[in-house]
Write a protein that binds this ligand. Structure first.
Ligand SMILES: Nc1nc2c(c(=O)[nH]1)N[C@@H](CN(C=O)c1ccc(C(=O)N[C@@H](CCC(=O)O)C(=O)O)cc1)CN2
Ligand code: GAR
Length: 197
């Protein structure tokens, strides 16, 4: 008997390119995850319309509507529960999550980060790699822990840095690699979850 697909929700804040890649990958009958919803902390996120066009349920939990980070995360948590999420993928989700949220989703929360972790945690990763004179950078899918971008790496892939690269050019060259990597990582994690007793 085929294992149940892992109910997966995706958190976004912006254009949602990685989210689209995950949704499209999950449309394959043999893919081990089912996308049950897309949630944005920003009402105007372009990814919301992309998810709706793909017939994926969407919700907005606007962090600006809450006085504290914890209050925002309680609302986010309730929305995830309402979607019956078993796994959460951060995909361009631009909020640092508190230990309370991370503990509630421990070992069920992953993220894609635009660097070869453990190098360049945080923001502005491409400019930092360029400024450091690195010959390559990349992207990493990792487990989310309370420490920012410090969780174990699940999969990562690299791209060379050209002499005249700007951060924008690098991000554009890296994006197709991200869009290929994240579905592979989600498949790997979903199969691991399916095998948990
Ligand atoms: N506890 C954790 N939370 C998050 C992680 C993580 O590993 N542990 N990964 C991030 C994703 N991320 C980089 O990949 C990241 C997202 C946001 C920020 C940040 O500084 N956010 C600011 C607000 C920025 C904004 O709203 O534009 C903030 O939250 O104050 C850094 C890294 C997801 N969360
Ligand atoms: N710190 C998190 C972070 O910077 N994530 C990065 O934001 C972009 C989101 O694009 P998308 O919304 O089109 O997937 C992606 O490049 C992702 O690696």
């Amino acid at each position: 008997m085929a294992a149940q697909k892992v109910k997966t929700a995706i958190l976004i804040s912006g254009r949602g390119s990685n989210m689209v890649a995950l949704v499209e990958a999950a449309q394959l009958e043999t893919f081990p995850a089912e996308i049950v919803g897309v949630i944005s902390n920003r009402p105007g996120a372009a990814g919301l319309e992309k998810a709706q066009a793909l017939k994926v349920p969407t919700a907005v939990v606007d962090h600006k509507n809450y006085k504290t980070r914890e209050a925002f995360e309680h609302a986010l948590h309730e929305q995830l529960l309402s979607m019956e999420a078993e796994l959460v993928c951060c995909a361009g989700f631009m909020r640092i999550l508190t230990p309370w949220f991370v503990s509630n989703w421990q070992d069920r929360l992953i993220n894609i980060h635009p660097s070869l972790l453990p190098k360049y945690k945080g923001l502005n990763t491409h400019q930092r790699a360029i400024d450091a004179g690195d010959s390559e950078t990349g992207c990493s899918v990792h487990w989310v822990t309370e420490d920012l971008d410090a969780g174990a790496v699940i999969l990562q892939d690299s791209v060379t840095i050209s002499p005249n690269d700007t951060a924008d050019l690098l991000a554009a060259r890296l994006l197709p690699i991200e869009l290929s990597l994240y579905p592979k990582a989600l498949s790997k994690v979903a199969k691991q979850i399916q095998s948990r007793v």
